[in-house]
Ligand binder design. Structure first.
Ligand code: SF4
Length: 321
């Protein structure tokens, strides 16, 4: 394995059982994540984009070790951590959620919330507070913020506290699940800039989950497009935006305005959930919405193939060339 690859998944799956209402018999599965092969290099930001219900957040939870997969492999720093995470790696993977309001316990002062992961690791109270001050400063806050409750902070300040708490255990890999989507536009821009700067300073690796293509374009090195539990396209950011290969990526980007990396704009992404009971889907998951669908598309699932170096797509249009 390339030594620069920090995170690797092989055929990773997360299925949810669907049961009948009365007899509770298994009647199918929701394939929230269905055979995902992914590699994230050290220091890279991989943005996972797609519509609501595409499985992005479920994949994020599996990679953050908060959900067990159904099948497949998850390799982190060369170790297979699919079914268990060695104690020494527990602090090395962290997640930041979308909602800073619910991520912090309203009854605890910032001090308690931020030092909690360190106390679990056996730090003394004094050492933990010193480190908390260091990390609050890193995210643009100061010592005074230790003394306040979350409701006394703005949304942006709360998300900074959440980021400080994620960073304080010195992780290598952070899953950021729509971390700016509940913030106002100017605060979003500040938090995104902060995340970029911290990543460089601390040599972090991010999986950045977003439905917002402008945010993905601003923050990412690599874009992975997810549809119905599968990665349908992955490649270097500029290649994906300038030459999208998959018809679904094309439809997302065609709703996207002229590039302005600083713009925080929300595209019209369809709300339709594509992963309702997916037990019996054969062939391409996008076939019912695809203007280029052929017979083979409904019969056979296309493989994810490399069309240009580093730029892969899961579509029969390229398989048939
Ligand atoms: Fe469309 Fe067929 Fe490609 Fe699926 S495999 S995206 S249906 S052309």
């Amino acid at each position: 394995m390339d030594s620069r690859i920090l995170v690797k998944t092989e055929k990773l799956r997360k299925y949810y059982v669907v049961r009948s209402k009365i007899l509770k018999r298994v009647i199918g599965y929701v394939k929230a994540v269905d055979g995902v092969d992914l590699e994230v290099k050290e220091g890279e930001t991989l943005a996972l984009v797609g519509e609501s219900g595409s499985g992005k957040s479920t994949l994020g939870l599996v990679l953050a070790k908060l959900l067990k997969p159904t099948d497949g492999r998850y390799i982190f720093k060369g170790l297979d951590i699919t079914w268990s995470l060695p104690k020494e790696l527990r602090s090395k993977i962290r997640i930041v959620f979308q909602d800073p309001y619910s991520a912090l316990n309203p009854r605890l002062k910032v001090r308690e919330s931020v030092i909690e992961p360190l106390i679990v690791q056996g730090y003394s109270g004094k050492e933990a507070v010193e480190k908390a001050i260091e990390y609050l400063k890193l995210v643009g806050l100061n010592e005074e913020h230790l003394k306040v409750y979350p409701h006394m902070l703005s949304g942006g300040q709360r998300q900074r506290v959440v980021i400080a708490r994620a960073l304080i255990t010195e992780p290598d890999f952070i899953v950021l699940d729509e971390p700016t989507s509940m913030l106002d536009v100017s605060t979003q821009a500040q938090i995104l800039q902060l995340l970029k700067e911290i990543k460089i300073k601390r040599n972090l690796t991010y999986l950045f989950i977003t439905h917002n293509l402008a945010v993905a374009r601003f923050i990412a090195d690599t874009i992975a497009v997810m549809f119905a539990g599968q990665i349908v396209e992955i490649g270097e950011k500029n290649n994906v935006f300038s030459k999208p290969l998959h018809p679904y990526t094309n439809s997302l980007i065609s709703a996207y305005p002229p590039p302005d990396p600083e713009a925080i704009w929300k595209p019209e992404i369809p709300e339709e959930s594509s992963i309702e009971n997916t037990t019996n889907i054969n062939g391409c998951r996008y076939a019912d919405r695809c203007p280029y669908a052929k017979n083979i598309c409904r019969r056979e699932e296309p493989p994810l193939i490399e069309v240009i170096k580093g730029h892969k797509v899961k579509c029969h249009l390229y398989n048939l060339i």
